[in-house]
Design a protein around this ligand. Structure first.
Ligand SMILES: [Mg+2]
Length: 287
């Protein structure tokens, strides 16, 4: 179930001298064999700010419907469902938009058409970032959640099999993870959204991983900044690390994300991956 009402969550316990917040100390630690990563906001910062493209586009479309609310009201309505559906494939936000258009007496386009419009508008914002990476003007670490490579290395050294699953289209995830130089960590599996959206979800992918690795629930750890991967991981008995990343300042906690992730069932909250050594010690119950 998704949580559309966000309530402030009381502080948990912090691992001494760190920003690693323990929400549930009873999570099944010490037997991790597999790690699942979300992409945007957890690994990559390349798509930071996509909401500022999607929300205005949707407000514009709804404003053209025969009966519609004021711009401020539309802004609030759209922001709510866009945030609520974040982490699922992009198409779900477009399916909701089509519903909202119909509710207001408009004729909705195919949700895939809305998605194409959105990606078209997002492109200029992304292009500059991608060009700087391609040309070498920016280093991959400039567009990664801080500490990521250390975390991936630490997991790899512990023999953990790593997977990546994203709600962003597969071709972009493949391209952007290569630009960031992290594809090699996800040789076991890297999946993004596809047009036949019913054939892919993070929950389905987790089932696939469980079958492939003959995994037990307590052998899975997931890292994500959205509620979807956290909920899906808790549903199968894994450990969920919520990454409440502040994608703009690149430091400290995004409180909105933190509250949302805790409500979704996160066992641990981190602001980024800088303290990966302490986190891994904790997750693997190392002395
Ligand atoms: Mg994300």
């Amino acid at each position: 179930m998704s949580t559309s009402t966000i309530t402030p969550q009381p502080p948990g316990r912090f691992l001494e001298g760190t920003h690693i917040e323990i929400i549930n100390d009873d999570a099944p630690r010490g037997s991790i064999r597999c790690a699942l990563f979300d992409f945007d906001g957890t690994i990559s910062l390349i798509r930071e700010g996509w909401q500022q493209v999607m929300v205005p586009m949707m407000v514009e479309i709804l404003r053209q419907c025969p009966s519609h609310e004021s711009d401020d009201e539309l802004q609030a309505i759209v922001s709510e469902y866009v945030e609520r559906l974040t982490g699922k494939q992009t198409i779900y936000q477009m399916l909701q938009l089509a519903e909202e258009v119909k509710t207001r007496g408009g004729t909705a386009l195919d949700p895939l058409e809305y998605k194409r419009m959105y990606l078209e508008r997002l492109r200029p914002r992304m292009q500059g970032r991608i060009e700087t990476l391609k040309s070498g003007a920016a280093a991959p670490v400039d567009w990664m959640v801080p500490g990521l490579v250390g975390l991936l290395e630490g997991l790899s050294q512990r023999g953990v099999t790593m997977y990546l699953a994203s709600g962003t289209d597969h071709e972009y995830v493949e391209h952007e993870s290569a630009l960031l130089g992290v594809s090699g960590y996800f040789e076991a599996g890297l999946r993004g959204a596809i047009d036949e959206y019913k054939k892919f979800s993070k929950a389905l992918y987790i089932q696939h991983i469980f079958r492939t690795l003959k995994l037990q629930g307590n052998e899975l750890v997931a890292f994500g900044d959205g509620y979807v991967e956290i909920e899906n991981t808790k549903d199968v008995g894994g450990i969920a690390v919520g990454v409440a990343s502040d994608e703009v300042r690149r430091c400290g906690i995004n409180e909105w994300k933190r509250n949302r992730l805790i409500q979704a069932g996160a066992d641990v909250i981190v602001p980024d991956h800088r303290e990966h050594e302490r986190l891994l010690q904790y997750l693997f119950m190392e002395p």
